[in-house]
Every structure is written in C-alpha cells, then in structure tokens.
Design a protein around this ligand. Structure first.
Ligand code: KG4
Ligand code: ZN
Length: 342
C-alpha cells in the first residue's frame, strides 16, 4: 500500500525476543514478536541458543510485520535496528539482517539504543485509541532485566541518567530470587502473579542503600537467600508453605527500593511528570504503587501498555522515527555495542 508520511521498519534482537514492527508517522501498524521458549528449561538466557533462534525467526518475523502492516518493503523510509546494549550474538543477527536489507533495498539504516527505545515506547501511537504521552522534561524509571535507571528525558533524543544500579538490575533481582525458590524463568511475571495472593508485610528483607539516586539489588538477593537458608534448616517445606507471602514481601521490598529514589528524584529535580518503562514496568505492584503516588503527590504518571513494557520492536521503530526525522542515519560499518558506553 502507498502511504504518505514516514514509514519505519523496526527490528529488535538484543536478548531473547525476535521482534519486528512497522510504524507510520509514529502510529503502530504491526508489532510481531517471537519469544524463545528454548531458555526456559535452563532457568536463564543461553546466548548461543538465543542467536540461533534469532537466525531462524528473523525472516518470518519481519515478513509477517510487513504483511500485517500491509506495507511493501519498497514503501518503508528507513530500517531501524537495535545496536545495543545486549548479547553480541543476538545483536549481530538483527544488525546483519538490517544491513543486508538496507543494501538490497537502498533504504537507510538507523541504529537504536535499546534503553532509549524503552523510554520512547511512551510515544508510540496506536490506531484504536489515544495513548497519553509525557510532556518534556519528564523522569523515567527504566526497570528491566539488565538496567535500573532514573533518567531525565529532555526531548526524544536528549536525556541524562541521574540514577543507576551499582550491581544487579531490578529484573535480575526478581529473576534470581525466583530461581532460589525454584520458580520458572523469567521469574518476574511469576512472582507478580503469586504476590497477588500473598501478604506484602509477612517478611522483611534488607533494603541496601547506596549514594545519591543510585540503586543496589545484590544485597537484597543475598538477604533473601540467607533468610531462606535459615528457614529451610528449620522446615524443609518452608518455601512451599509460604510461597505467596514470600513473593508478595519480596515484590513489596523491590518496589519500595525503586520508589524511594524516584520520590527523591522528583524532589531534587522538581519534575512531576513521571514515567516507568522496561520489562519490570509490567509488574502490577509497581503499576499500582505509581497510581497511589500519583494520587498522593499530584504527579502525572505514565504507565506503558503491557505490550510495550518487555522487549518489542515498536519501541525501536519509534526511536528510529525520531532519529530519521533528524537525519541521524547509520553507515554500513556500524557494529553492535554490547554495553551502553564502549
Ligand atoms: O525489558 P525486558 O523485556 O528485557 C531487558 O531489556 O532486560 O525485561 C525483562 C525483565 C525480566 O527480568 C523479567 O523478569 C521482568 O522484566 N518482568 C517482570 C514482569 N514482567 C517482566 N518483573 C516483574 N513483574 C512482571 N510482571
Ligand atoms: Zn529491554
């Protein structure tokens, strides 16, 4: 179909989700996702298996995204792809595919930072309803499996990280504690579900504090591990008997830690536009707490739709859209960046 305006094909392959999306002037036409079930039995992502699965998935996923969008490859204006951070083998599949498509079609490439993608997921429009967009400047609590950051977002392409984790990410804390309880991977959504049935004040765990607006989650994981070790020595069925209370208390602690610094960030910056993004922003406890803080403190709160919380290509396409409008295209010698700054 011939469409006026800017059409961006987005490709995401940084970890264990292969995804492709098409946006027309920032509005979502398609967002296709292939999850990789292969990692579940290992209790975590196996990089080699992830890149192999991306290889198998990438062509059908991109084809399907174009079909659903009713857009031919000739009609797209640019190909946006995740350059990093992420797993090298996984990033290489998306990057190489994007380059190949660019060479064969003559369409420009736009490299996208995955974290920027999570933040800008708040600017994806959808045809069926009006989604609220934060006003600039806003604060974004970015919480995923690999990152926990508080960011001042001044414009789509200009932001400043004012808080960061010094060790584990919030998603990692969920996943590692879930593993200790022998819950399936990824643990975050499982804990979320079990927590709904439990008492968040049943148990108390350490809330490590580091300087400024930074976070630390490795101490919480250790405190959780030692707590369980001691209780299991008294009662071998302790986890089974207290699963929902353990999940609710752990989730409550993680959310308390996250909100503690976020509240300080609002006080320090005076910015009351507050968004959450990343896989952990799917957590129902965190979403409810953000609404409670909005009502208590008069913040304007922005919570992404579930489909835009965990990794997806629509967020890569919207970032590509803004960069393309600024003429920020990439050259053919662009290579993946596994970490944020290299
Ligand atoms: O953003 P994402 O898909 O990938 C990264 O960029 O890391 O985030 C994945 C993380 C995992 O740690 C997963 O356990 C967590 O997000 N997660 C959740 C929930 N859904 C996903 N954590 C808590 N509650 C959830 N409902
Ligand atoms: Zn992510």
């Amino acid at each position: 179909m011939q469409k006026k305006g800017v059409i961006i094909l987005g490709i995401e392959s940084s970890c264990d989700d292969t995804s492709a999306a098409v946006l027309h002037d920032g509005c979502l036409l398609s967002n296709v996702l292939a999850n990789q079930e292969v990692h579940r039995v290992y209790g975590g992502v196996i990089p080699e298996l992830a890149s192999r699965a991306h290889q198998q998935n990438i062509i059908p996923v991109v084809q399907r995204a174009l079909e659903l969008a009713e857009v031919s490859v000739e009609a797209i204006d640019a190909i946006a792809f995740t350059r990093g951070p992420g797993l090298l083998g996984s990033l290489l599949v998306g990057t190489s595919f994007a380059k190949g498509l660019s060479i064969s079609t003559g369409k420009p490439l736009v490299e996208v930072n995955h974290l920027q993608g999570h933040i800008l997921s708040h600017f994806i429009d959808v045809p069926e309803k009006q989604l609220p967009h934060p006003a600039f400047p806003f604060l974004c609590l970015l919480v995923s499996g690999g990152h926990t950051q508080i960011i001042v977002v001044n414009s789509p392409l200009q932001f400043e990280i004012i808080g960061n984790t010094t060790d584990d990410a919030a998603g990692e804390a969920f996943d590692k504690c879930a593993k200790v309880m022998s819950l399936p991977y990824p643990g975050g959504p499982v804990i979320d579900k079990l927590a709904a049935e439990g008492n968040p004040l049943a148990f108390r765990f350490a809330k490590p504090r580091v300087g400024g607006l930074n976070y630390s989650f490795s101490g919480l994981k250790t405190s959780f591990l030692y707590f369980l070790r001691d209780r299991l020595a008294e009662d071998a069925d302790f986890i089974a008997k207290n699963k929902t209370d353990l999940c609710a208390s752990l989730q409550h602690t993680i959310i308390d830690i996250l909100l503690g610094n976020l509240i300080s960030a609002v006080e320090q910056t005076g910015i009351c536009e507050v968004a959450i993004a990343g896989g952990v922003s799917a957590n129902s406890g965190l979403r409810n707490r953000m609404i409670a803080e909005r009502d208590k403190r008069g913040w304007n709160v922005y919570i992404p739709e579930f489909r835009f919380t965990t990794d997806n290509a629509a967020m890569i396409a919207i970032t590509g859209h803004y960069k393309f409008l600024e003429g920020l295209t990439a050259s053919m010698d662009v290579v993946p960046m596994t970490r944020s700054a290299q």
